[in-house]
Write a protein that binds this ligand. Structure first.
Ligand code: PLP
Length: 350
């Protein structure tokens, strides 16, 4: 009999990374465009000197530092290779074949992938007409087979965000057999005071897990590390399904150093948030539709014109993330990079 791989993987959607074009301005992956500071680079170099040794199996030092940094007890924490890995581990910890995972669509493109890999079914609930989570429809989509609901707040790729009250009402209404996974990859860029802090929300709730990452605001996208805060039994299961030693010695050291340098790193977020408002205002003045964003990117729902917009920007050496037929997601970066994007957007004929 011939060798076969799982037939269902043929229709697994590909995760499409941002394109890298030499000399281009890269606004496609929601990274910060400034390199890591000397203290973080020094910690990485120091860890590299011992790279012949395995890292700590249970991420001991990083667990302790994350607990101190977040105020979340270690029994409620898990470390992973970025929050994508933690989303996958949460699904592996909660779901088996035939069960259901509910999430908004469009939202983060990793959700359908991690769901299908365990043989669970994605239940995609369309965003509202103003590109926000439709929490009532998501509640209505929950069945006896639902095990997890993903909520990205702010949402990727639309940048829209849920307020504290509406999220609390949702969490109160979700049945007990369902874990809500709040993905706060962009929490540090939020400026609206009425948005929830997932870690505070999770304190009193046994049906909420929060995933956070060092990839975005902390500027460590290349090193792959993040953490989850979850009810103790869930956190333990997430740790259990991790690939042993998958968080490298270098990643562990970098994340500790990033928390030590948090003040310096997070000081970069407010200027990005101000640029976000400037970019959006200029786009609105050009006649584009741009939903209000709380993240480090903006969403242009261009529909059928998305591919042409993408081509136009590529011709101007600006790389963005296009979802053909739907819209374009553009990272807010340094003012000169944003200006290059705005100049190109200005000459696009819609
Ligand atoms: C970028 C992003 C992540 C972070 O992924 P990492 O694996 O931590 O780099 C998680 N969730 C969303 C919604 C994102 O946009």
């Amino acid at each position: 009999m011939a060798l076969t791989v799982r037939a269902d993987l043929a229709n697994l959607p590909d995760y499409i990374p941002g394109r890298k074009i030499p000399g281009a301005i890269v606004l496609s992956s929601n990274e910060v465009s400034t390199p890591a500071p000397p203290s973080v680079l020094a910690a990485i170099t120091e860890a590299a000197a011992e790279i012949n040794r395995y890292p700590q199996m249970a991420n001991d030092d990083l667990m302790a530092r994350t607990s101190r940094y977040t105020g979340v007890p270690e029994e409620r924490l898990a470390i992973g290779c970025g929050s994508v890995s933690l989303c996958q581990q949460l699904i592996q910890a909660m779901c088996t074949e035939g069960q259901e995972v509910v999430f908004a669509w469009r939202s983060f493109e990793a959700y359908p992938i991690v769901t299908q890999v365990v043989g669970a079914r994605s239940v995609k609930v369309p965003l509202t007409s103003d590109y926000r989570h439709d929490l009532d429809a998501m509640l209505a989509a929950i069945t006896d087979r639902t095990r997890v609901v993903f909520v990205a707040n702010p949402n990727n790729p639309t940048g829209t965000a849920l307020h504290t009250g509406e999220l609390e009402r949702f969490l109160d209404a979700v049945p007990d057999h369902v874990l809500v996974v709040l993905d706060e990859a962009y929490r540090e860029f939020v400026t609206d005071p009425d948005l929830p802090d997932g870690l505070a929300l999770a304190e009193g709730r046994e049906n909420l897990a929060v995933v956070r990452t060092f990839s975005k605001a902390y500027g460590l996208a290349g090193i792959r590390v993040g953490y989850a805060a979850a009810p103790p039994a869930v956190a333990a299961a997430v740790r259990k399904v991790a690939i042993p030693f998958s968080v490298s010695r270098i990643a562990q050291a970098a994340a500790v150093a990033a928390m030590d340098a948090a003040e310096e790193l997070l000081a970069r977020c407010a200027p990005v948030a101000r640029e976000r408002e400037r970019v959006r205002d200029e786009l609105l003045a050009m006649g584009y539709e741009v939903p209000a964003s709380q993240a480090n990117f903006v969403w242009l729902p261009l529909g059928d014109r998305t591919a042409a917009f993408n081509d136009h920007l590529l011709a101007h050496k600006v790389v963005i993330r296009a979802f053909a037929g739907e819209g374009a997601r553009v990272t807010v970066a340094q003012p000169d990079e944003n200006d290059a994007f705005l100049a190109a957007a200005r000459t696009f004929e819609r």
